[in-house]
Design a protein around this ligand. Structure first.
Ligand code: KG4
Ligand code: ZN
Length: 357
């Protein structure tokens, strides 16, 4: 079964063809980073317009790369939410038009559920190390650590569409903190990869930054205090005078910030694994591209099965949407969902409400 996935919830337009929920035949992505860079963040109106311009060429590219035509596609899957309203609308309306004209079932997918499904997709093998031309072992539960620009959550994943949220961020998402700290340090946008790079030349012990809520018994996160602590450091340094943000200072702050963020993420993840008794862990979301984090997770949780998706499946993509869509196809009728609306603040649980909740 071939599913064409469509993703447009933030600043990446993506189309992908996935076979039987696992094998990625194409993963076409148009990033808008260059358009938003001079504003230091995503401008929703600019993002929506760029999505609109990218839909047709990207759909063609994804079909061509997959060696398939629209006739070969069995169903369409689209990110219905959560995300930026105007951005989601472009993908949802485009998918509706395509489904109506071609008589294809249209499946509504939750963006974070897509991220949580990302370990199961790949070209030859998935992040669990399984070949993607056979059935993936999606029935074994795992702990999902979703770390992106909009979310930081620990989720007990019991099946592709069954979740228990153990904890979430109380304020900023970890990716948001990366982006804001990068801005404070004058590194530019998007901040995550730039901090990742700067941190490699810095001393993680140079500054003793706070680890907010690290020792609380729940599984929630908080990153705004950490970001504010960096802001204070930068202010003090700038008050000190000329060439305040020199390369070594920036590298040391980046490394110290990253060490604090990783400490908190690892601590809460370790505790959640212990409490749930789960022996599988999966990272998901853009921050899971972070090299320091990937290395720290692999080391700390070496005794359990850990899935760390390839970077192209950590950041926003449509392969995770198409892959998960496969598992929802059976419950989507052929003419359902033409009244579907974008849902900017859609809930993850329960999945039964993704269609019309
Ligand atoms: O999952 P994603 O592409 O979009 C959302 O759903 O939010 O995540 C984007 C976030 C941004 O905050 C970006 O700075 C961060 O992921 N990111 C990273 C790295 N690459 C992307 N953060 C830390 N290290 C990285 N290498
Ligand atoms: Zn995302």
């Amino acid at each position: 079964m071939l599913v064409l996935g469509i993703e447009s919830s933030c600043d990446e337009t993506a189309f992908s063809v996935v076979e039987n929920g696992t094998r990625v035949l194409s993963n076409a992505i148009a990033s808008q980073i260059d358009l938003h860079r001079r504003f230091g963040g995503v401008v929703p109106e600019i993002a929506s317009r760029a999505h609109l311009e990218c839909c047709v060429p990207l759909m063609r590219q994804s079909l061509e790369e997959a060696g398939a035509s629209l006739d070969d596609v069995d169903a369409l899957a689209v990110t219905r939410g959560p995300g930026l309203a105007g951005c989601l609308l472009v993908g949802v309306e485009y998918a509706k038009g395509l489904a109506l004209r071609r008589g294809k079932p249209l499946i509504a997918v939750h963006h974070i559920a897509g991220h949580l499904y990302s370990p199961f997709i790949g070209r030859e093998t998935n992040a669990w190390g399984e070949p993607t031309d056979g059935p993936a072992s999606t029935s074994e539960p795992y702990l999902g650590l979703v770390i992106s620009g909009g979310h930081s959550s620990l989720v007990h994943v019991q099946g592709p569409t069954e979740f228990e949220i153990l904890g979430e961020t109380l304020d900023d998402a970890v990716g948001e903190a990366y982006d804001k700290v990068a801005k404070l340090l004058g590194l530019g946008y998007p901040g995550g990869p730039l901090i990742d790079q700067a941190a490699t030349n810095g001393d993680p012990k140079a500054f003793d930054l706070p680890r907010p809520v690290m020792h609380t018994k729940d599984f929630n996160f908080s990153f705004s205090g950490l970001k504010t602590a960096v802001a204070r450091l930068v202010e003090e340094r700038e008050a000190g005078g000329h060439n305040a943000l020199d390369e070594q200072f920036v590298a040391d702050v980046a490394a110290s910030f990253q060490a604090a963020a990783i400490d908190v993420l690892l601590k809460k993840t370790g505790r959640a694994l212990k409490q749930t008794g789960l022996s599988r862990l999966a990272l998901a979301g853009g921050v899971a591209c972070n090299r320091g984090l990937r290395a720290a997770v692999a080391k700390r949780f070496a005794k359990i099965q850990v899935a760390i998706p390839d970077p192209e499946y950590c950041t926003d993509n449509a392969a995770m949407i198409a892959g998960l869509g496969y598992h929802l196809a059976a419950e989507t009728s052929k003419d359902a969902n033409f009244g579907m609306n974008a849902a900017p603040s859609m809930n993850l649980v329960p999945a039964a409400k993704w269609r019309d909740g």
